[in-house]
Ligand binder design. Sequence first.
Ligand SMILES: [Zn+2]
Length: 497
Amino acid sequence: MPTPFRLYDTKSRTVSDFTPQVPGTVGIYVCGMTVYDRSHVGHARAMVVFDAFTRWLRHEGWKVRFVRNFTDIDDKIIARAATLGIDPAKLAQDEIDAFHADMAGLGLRPPDAEPRVTKTMPQIIELIAALVDGGHAYPSEGSVWFSVTSYERYGELSGRKREDMRSADTALGKRDPADFALWKAVKPGEPAWDSPWGPGRPGWHIECSAMAKHELGDTIDIHGGGLDLVFPHHENEIAQSECGNGKTYTRYWMHNGLLTMESGQKMGKSLGNVTPIELVLREYPAEALRLYYLQNHYRSPLPWNAEALPEALGMLSRLYDARDVAEAMGGTEEDADRVASELGDDAKAVLEEGRAFPGRFEHSLREDFNTSQALAHSFSLARAVNRFGGHKKARKRGAPVVAPALAAFRLVAASLGLMAMDTQAFVEEVKDKRLSALGLRREEVEAMVAQRVALREAKAWSEADAIRQRLDEQGIVVMDGPEGSRWRVRLDMAVEA
Ligand SMILES: [Zn+2]
């Protein structure tokens, strides 16, 4: 059986034991993208958090069905398509393709299903019809409205009073200011689908209720999304689904916090402060962004600024360094205690931390998916390994001491998708991306490093130093060691926001 865990539920506002409908299985629905433009690092947080969460659940032995939708028809899609002079369906498809490329670039596993609104029309219409039949919705002037007074518990998720709620949907024939549209009557020149109430298209909220029901049934174990979706989107999903299906809609509401700008604003296209995923991936390895998100608890707001990625890359590099150091030593645990006591305190610390790691790491994740704490344990272990690696004797005899640490790093990779790359591939990717961000060519750098080596061999010290200086000014650090000169790109260069 999979391992139990605890989870915060936005609706009950408490952390409690997770109990699924069917033992051993978890059905998860996460609100996906409205595909009218490129995705940015604000969107990517939700994508990475739920990728890591489902990856970890599977590692813990849960059978997961993970569903994330596309809203492929919407006011914003229609408006942007009109500006570009193309068909809205073409724009949506192009943006879905771009989104898939971004997600692949981020190293995310595809969801088990990716339903689209335009392919779920019969189910959407069926759910609206059930709501009309049940007296929870009323047609008016070719549109259909959900009547919020028909659902007593409206406002429970967001904690808002019904009197204070207004829906952004405006049109004639609406009975209460909080009533929202399930079906919108066609406007001239816009795409439309046939329905019992006339041609039109669905409102945003009903789409998710219908897609979730179609893919996961009347009740979902975990419904996820960004905190900005609590009201009105998720509040409305609950009302529609519970009135239409007569069952509990969602057992746990899991909301990730938002990225915040230094100005206190959220990141948004309309605010003109977005960093596209594409741009980040040109300059940084995907795991740097992943680490940046996961080093914070998923529910916390997360500040985004110019130091975010350079710092995350520095931290990630230290994890890879530690693994590299441990791998170079080898790794069976035989006689570990004796060897550690002979090698001294730094060795004992590595052995102790390595052995304690699985318990600490798993405890953190089982308590409301606390990746922040889980990674703090990982950094602490990496520091101990790097410190131990500084001893000469460690390189020769350290194998048994670092064996538990190597297992620990494998656990981090399997559960969270960090340190999932081969070290050499990671180092090369960092070089390529940082060089191109700095506008440098690898061949030029390598030629300069080789020239410096030749000058040193000829004992032309001052010329050699001058080259080192020039490289340093361009952000290239040269390290001289017993195996010759190696170089790397300095990590403290920011991505342009
Ligand atoms: Zn949704």
